[in-house]
Ligand binder design. Structure first.
Ligand SMILES: NCc1[nH]cc(CCC(=O)O)c1CC(=O)O
Length: 332
C-alpha cells in the first residue's frame, strides 16, 4: 500500500474527524462480541463462587454457575467460552492422571454446558499444569520437563475433552510435536470436526502471575517455563512455530500474551493469513483493573481501546477476561 494524499489544504485529515457519523464511516477496524473467547475458571461444588484477589472482578465458579455464565455469554453474542480448572492442592499428582479422567471437573463441565447451551463453542486448555504437583505443563523428571512423554499425556487429555464434547482444543503446553500427535489421534478416534487453536507463539511471560493464582499453580511452580515457552526477545521464532503448528494440523493459532506482543500478531496474520487470536492475559487484565480501581484510568474506555488494538493488529479474535463487560458495553 502507498498512502497518498494531496497537499494542504486540499487534504485536511480533520474533515473526516469532525462528526461521529464521519468517524464511524471511516473506521478501519471494528470490535464486536463475536470477536471474543471468554476464559473462565471452574471449581468443584454447587452454586458457589470464589473471587480471585489478583484478578478483581473474576471468580472461580462451580459448574452450575459456569452453565449460567455460558447462557449469558451466548445471549450477548459471545461465540466461545474457554474452561480452566482449579484443582485442590492435595489432588495434584506427579503422574497428572486426572488430566485425562473422562469425569474430571473440566469434562463434566463441558457436558453440562453442551447440554444446556449447545450453540456456544466450548474451548479447553490442553496442558498438565493444573494437575501437576510441580506446576509445569509437562511431566518433570529430575528437573527436566520431558517432551515426548508429555505429548502422549496431552493426546489422552485431548481425546477425553473431545469425547466430552469440546469444540476447540487449546494446547497451551508448548511441547514439540503435540499438534501433529493430537490431530492424528483425533482423526483416528472419529473426532474429525474437533478444532485445534494452537497456542503457537506463547512466551515465557511474567504476565501470567494472576492466572497461576487462579488455577492454584503459583505456590506449586518450581523454577520457570523458559525451556518450553518462548523467549520474549524472539520474533522470527514465532513465525517458525506458527508454520510448524499449521503444518501439523492446527486450525487456528494464538499469540500470547497480547498487548506487549501486537507486533507478533501483525507478522503472524500477514505471513500466514490463518485465523489468528491473541490472549489478553491475566496480568494485562490485572494492570487495567488496578489502575481503574485507583481512578487512574477510565476502565471502560481502556478496555474497549485495548481490544480494538488487537483487531487493528490483525487478530480475528481475542481471549479476554473482559468479554462479558465489553460485550455489554458494545451493546449499549
Ligand atoms: N497452561 C498454562 C496456561 N494456560 C493459560 C495461561 C495463562 C493465561 C493468563 O495469564 O491469563 C497459562 C499460564 C502459564 O503458562 O503458566
Amino acid at each position: 500500500m502507498q498512502p497518498l494524499s494531496a497537499p494542504f489544504p486540499a487534504a485536511r485529515f480533520r474533515r473526516l474527524k469532525r462528526t461521529a457519523a464521519l468517524r464511524n464511516l471511516t473506521q478501519e477496524t471494528t470490535l464486536s462480541p463475536a470477536d471474543f473467547i471468554w476464559p473462565v475458571f471452574v471449581m468443584e461444588g454447587k452454586d458457589a463462587e470464589d473471587p480471585i484477589p489478583s484478578m478483581p472482578g473474576v471468580s472461580r465458579l462451580t459448574p452450575d454457575r459456569i452453565v449460567q455464565a455460558a447462557k449469558e455469554a451466548q445471549a450477548l453474542g459471545i461465540p466461545a467460552i474457554c474452561l480452566f480448572p482449579y484443582t485442590e492442592q492435595e489432588l495434584k499428582t506427579e503422574d497428572c492422571a486426572m488430566a485425562w479422567d473422562p469425569d474430571n471437573l473440566v469434562n463434566r463441565t463441558i457436558r453440562a454446558i453442551k447440554n444446556a447451551v449447545p450453540e456456544i463453542a466450548v474451548m479447553t486448555d490442553v496442558a498438565l499444569d493444573p494437575y501437576n504437583v510441580n506446576g509445569h505443563d509437562g511431566f518433570v523428571v529430575d528437573g527436566e520437563i520431558l517432551n515426548d512423554e508429555s505429548v502422549e499425556a496431552l493426546v489422552k487429555m485431548s481425546l477425553a475433552q473431545a469425547e466430552a464434547g469440546a469444540d476447540i482444543l487449546g494446547p497451551s503446553d508448548m511441547m514439540d510435536g503435540r499438534i501433529g500427535a493430537m490431530r492424528q489421534a483425533l482423526e483416528a478416534e472419529g473426532h474429525r470436526h474437533v478444532t485445534i487453536l494452537s497456542y503457537a507463539a506463547k512466551y515465557a511471560s511474567a504476565f501470567y502471575g494472576p492466572f497461576r493464582d487462579a488455577v492454584g499453580a503459583s505456590a506449586r511452580l518450581v523454577g520457570d517455563k523458559k525451556t518450553y515457552q518462548m523467549n520474549p526477545g524472539n520474533s522470527d521464532e514465532a513465525l517458525r512455530l506458527i508454520a510448524r503448528d499449521l503444518s501439523e494440523g492446527a486450525d487456528m493459532i494464538m499469540v500470547k500474551p497480547g498487548m506487549p506482543y501486537l507486533d507478533i500478531c501483525r507478522r503472524a496474520k500477514d505471513t500466514f493469513g490463518a485465523p489468528t487470536f491473541a490472549y489478553q492475559v491475566s496480568g494485562e487484565y490485572a494492570m487495567i483493573e488496578a489502575a481503574a480501581q485507583n481512578g487512574w484510568l477510565d476502565r471502560e474506555a481502556v478496555m474497549l481501546e485495548s481490544l480494538t488494538a488487537f483487531k487493528r493488529a490483525g487478530c480475528d479474535g481475542i481471549l479476554t477476561y473482559f468479554a462479558i463487560d465489553a460485550a455489554r458495553a458494545l451493546a449499549s
